[in-house]
Design a protein around this ligand. Sequence first.
Ligand code: PDD
Length: 277
Amino acid sequence: TVYYYRDRFIESGREVVPVEERAFNYGDGIYEVVRFEAGHGVGLTEHLERLRNSAEAIRLRLPHPLEKIREIVVEAASRVGAGAVDVYFQISRGEAPRSHAFPDAEPVLALFARPGKTYTDEFRRAGVGAITVPDERWANCWIKSLNLLPNVLAKQAAVEAGAYEAVFVRDGFVTEASASNVFGLHGDVFYTAPAEREILNGITRRFVIAAIRDLGYTLKEERMSAAFFEQEVEAAFVTSTTMDMMPLNSVNRRKLPPPPADSPLWAVLNRMRELSR
Ligand code: PDD
């Protein structure tokens, strides 16, 4: 693992964070995760743009111009190697004596990069399980903030239920999952929640939507009711930087059969990969 903190690459990711760091004390910051494949940062420009939007949303000044952050991220990925690499980077409001209002402090970039987990086609055909959980998060989930306690608790509930991902339900409708966006497939029609305040507008989600449109399938960017999602979709999948498209093989008690070879799901997966290259 490659580590960067404040202004330089460091040997170890341990014992560098001041106790009165705002990320640490308040979760007062934002982050991104980018996947590199053969030296190419997938959607890197979009990730950096989203970082800037998240920063603006919480009135956080970036410690460097976006181009400089891009250089550090690319450098970190290349230090790990040329295979699949995940770069996690966050910006916090910095170090200052603890007091809620904004401090007079320098924002801090912290980063780690390491080989990314990849999934075989076989694994993807088998899919992963999901459960639904109440979405108890705040009203600004479009901001990629460091505050992930509800996501952590939801994911843990999934793990304890023998599942892989937890799908959030708010007011009877699916929003997204603990660390991914959610799509349903019914006939040739794809469904996913619109990119409003209650979901993170995933970069993978955007590539998938582009692939769906490119292939001429219908996308309904509208919220699925929990009942529709749990009982009626023929296939469902989650999307994220680290998983790209991952089919679900169950939702709560209901089993979802593996999508057949001619399912639009696989066509979209292949097209999405081409588009994101
Ligand atoms: N998670 N929704 C949530 C709540 C997420 O945390 C993520 C990503 C996504 C998918 O966004 P993208 O396609 O841009 O990765 C949706 C990252 C990978 C994480 O926290 O590890």
